[in-house]
Structure formats: structure tokens, C-alpha cells
Design a protein around this ligand. Structure first.
Ligand SMILES: [Zn+2]
Length: 402
């Protein structure tokens, strides 16, 4: 009995010492951590990766702010990003690797290694036990680690969220400014027999990201495959996108082309580029195909997004993808003379759900349909497609920003 009492007393003493204990040399005390946990329980901190909110598992300690630095469970974010997180118990080290960067954090140490080079941390990685069960989670400083791996890190006050953009592979996208006032000074120009409106002053500066679907090793659909007049979707999309860029610039719209040559990017990379540049509209130029040779016409896909706080596109951007899709579908059918297949809510499409802004995919015509393909073989197809898409975008922007 006595022995048990002594043991209990010792445990209690040890706990008392530990609760006040500072992590040697870091300036962080247990009460800093307790304070942070209490505050974040009342005002939870969210985390999003490329516009997608990260969900934490029940066993995770949710993000906690200690001395103005946010700590997150090591695995939640970086494994989702495609990185690797390993924990070495005997050395108390966390290894986070992504692409060719390795970050090594040691529990309670203000020194971290980034590809072998020592860097200083203001708040170290910590083992935090939020519910008093003495099973802690390994928590690491999110900004330091993410930036070391090449991510962009931001903070959104309205949602109390850490916003992470994963690193852009390949070239950084560039915004091209619209053309200087195009001589006439009027509100619209005519292109062929079509009237083409100029962008309202209130919509100036909004960026339209133009994504030409497929490219490089990915040809997309192929019409008349193996024949002399074989047509690859990636080439049509590129021709359309380049013209679309010209039309938008001439109307006063700032643009950013996701690709402007015959190169391949993954769907995620395309979305990330648009996210990183802060585009207001993402348009992906495609053409269609079907095993049913009779399928033909134009359709536009959209994704009515709602963020983690229930805010819709209209509330977040002042413009929504369904309206843009409708406007482009109407212009396409009118200018190209294609069959109206309509607009489709398609949240499953990667470029529509990995982009944070209103995004649409235009499927101009079917390479698998004889009549559509004949139209697509003609020189003016890309030009008319581009004009229709540009008109639809400018109308959407002008209606939204008056
Ligand atoms: Zn396609």
C-alpha cells in the first residue's frame, strides 16, 4: 500500500513539474500550449490545400496556435499533398519529404534541417495532448514546413484558415495585360458579322485563366485516326485557346494561358496555376468524342462550388460558373451553329473541383461525329469557337461587374 502511495505521489510530482516545464531553450511553456489549445477550441483554425478544406480525423489534434504560430498534425496536410511523413521515435524526429526537398524537425528543438541545411524555427514541433489522455499528436509548424517545401502559405481572417497552395511545377503562369485601347474608343467592335462588346471598367483587372485541354503526350480525342486528315483534339484546343486569348485581350480582359504550346500538364497542375495567379474565371477549352458516332453538338460543364463556410461562388467572386456556362453555350450555338446539348453540373471533373474560382469546361464539338468533324476541319472553326467563348466571358463579366 505504502509503495503504491509513494508511486502515486511521485507521478503527481512529476506531472506538476512537467506542466510548468518549458521546452528547453525554445521559450515555449506548457501554459503557452494550454492557452493555445483553449483559444483554438473556442475559435477553431481551418486548413485548406489548393482551395479544398482539409478534414482532420477524430484522433488528430486540430490545428493549434502557439505563440502566433500554427501547428498542425504532421500527416494531415503533407500526405494529402502527395508528400511523405515519417516519424522516428528514438530520435524524436519528423521527416517530411516532397519532390526533392526533405524537412527534418525534432520535437522541442528550434533547429530544423531543410535538405541538410540548418534553419531556425520560432516555434518547434511539439507533441501535444489536447484531451488529457497522455497520448499526444505530433504537431509541426505549418508555415515553416510548407514554405520549405515550396508551397505558398496565406491566412484568411474571415474563415480563420491557413491557405496552402502546393508548389507549381513547370513554368509559373504569367498574366498578360489587355491591349491598349483599341482605337475606336467605342463600347463594342464587330468581328465578321458579330458584335463584340468591350469589358466594363468595373471588371478590369479580373483575370481569366485559359486552359487548352490535353497537350504533349496527351492528344485528347482523335478524329479520322490514321487517315490523311487526322485531327487531334489537343491541336484544335491550342488553336482555339490562342485565339481566345487574343479576343479577350482586345476586349480589355487580363488573361493567363495555362499552356501556349504543345506541352503536357496534369489536371492538378492546371488548376494550381490558376489558383496561384488568383484568376476569377477558369475556362478549359476542349472538344468531345463518343463511341456513338451520332453524338454531336456543344456542351459546357460547370461546378457550382460552395466553400467550407457555405459561401457560394456568387458570394465569393461576384460571378458564378453556371451563368458563365449558360452564356458561353448560347454564344457557341449561335455563332458555330452547333446543336445545343446544354450545360451540365459536373463537380467530379478535376479542373472544376481543384480550382478555387468559378470554372467551366467547354466541349465545342465531336471529333467522333462526321458532320462536327467536317466543321472542325475548316479554318474558321477555331476562330468562331474562340469568339463565342470570348463573347460569353465578356458578357458574364459585364453582367457581374457593372
Ligand atoms: Zn478533351
Amino acid at each position: 500500500m505504502k509503495r503504491i502511495l509513494i508511486t502515486v505521489t511521485m507521478i503527481l510530482m512529476l506531472m506538476a513539474i512537467m506542466s510548468g516545464m518549458a521546452y528547453a531553450g525554445t521559450g515555449i511553456t506548457q501554459s503557452d500550449i494550454k492557452e493555445g489549445l483553449k483559444f483554438c477550441e473556442e475559435y477553431p483554425v481551418g486548413l485548406s490545400l489548393d482551395g479544398q478544406r482539409i478534414a482532420f480525423s477524430q484522433s488528430d489534434v486540430p490545428p493549434v496556435i502557439v505563440k502566433e504560430r500554427t501547428l498542425i498534425p504532421a500527416r494531415a496536410l503533407f500526405e494529402k499533398m502527395g508528400g511523405k511523413v515519417t516519424w522516428q521515435n528514438d530520435t524524436q524526429k519528423v521527416y517530411v519529404t516532397y519532390d526533392d526537398t526533405e524537412v527534418v524537425l525534432t520535437i522541442g528543438s528550434n533547429k530544423a534541417l531543410v535538405n541538410g541545411k540548418t534553419q531556425n524555427l520560432e516555434v518547434p514541433a511539439l507533441i501535444i495532448d489536447n484531451d488529457g489522455d497522455y497520448y499526444g499528436s505530433t504537431m509541426i509548424p505549418v508555415r515553416f514546413t510548407a514554405e520549405a517545401l515550396g508551397c505558398e502559405v496565406g491566412w484568411q481572417d474571415s474563415t480563420r484558415s491557413v491557405l496552402i497552395s502546393s508548389p507549381v511545377k513547370g513554368e509559373e503562369p504569367v498574366v498578360t495585360e489587355p491591349n491598349e485601347n483599341n482605337s475606336t474608343g467605342s463600347d463594342s467592335n464587330t468581328v465578321g458579322s458579330w458584335q463584340f462588346d468591350q469589358l466594363h471598367e468595373a471588371a478590369k483587372g479580373k483575370i481569366v485563366a485559359i486552359d487548352m485541354g490535353h497537350g504533349g503526350k496527351d492528344s485528347g480525342s482523335i478524329g479520322h485516326k490514321g487517315q490523311a486528315d487526322e485531327l487531334q483534339e489537343k491541336d484544335v484546343n491550342l488553336a482555339v485557346g490562342l485565339k481566345l486569348n487574343e479576343y479577350l485581350k482586345s476586349a480589355g480582359v487580363s488573361t493567363c494561358m495555362i499552356r501556349d504550346s504543345d506541352v503536357y500538364y496534369t489536371l492538378l497542375e492546371r488548376a494550381q496555376k490558376a489558383n496561384n495567379i488568383g484568376a476569377t474565371i477558369f475556362i478549359s477549352v476542349h472538344n468531345n468524342s463518343s463511341t456513338a458516332a451520332s453524338a454531336h453538338g456543344t456542351e459546357v460543364l460547370y461546378n457550382s462550388k460552395v466553400n467550407g463556410d457555405g459561401e457560394n461562388e456568387q458570394q465569393l467572386y461576384g460571378i458564378d460558373s453556371k451563368t458563365i456556362a449558360t452564356n458561353i453555350e448560347n454564344e457557341m450555338v449561335s455563332i458555330l451553329g452547333t446543336t445545343k446539348r446544354g450545360i451540365k453540373n459536373s463537380p467530379e471533373m478535376a479542373v472544376l473541383n481543384k480550382t478555387s474560382m468559378p470554372a467551366i469546361i467547354v466541349e465545342g464539338a465531336f471529333l467522333s461525329n462526321e458532320n462536327d468533324l467536317q466543321m472542325m476541319q475548316k479554318e474558321e472553326f477555331a476562330d468562331h469557337y474562340a469568339l463565342a467563348a470570348a463573347k460569353g466571358i465578356v458578357k458574364s463579366l459585364n453582367d457581374a461587374y457593372k
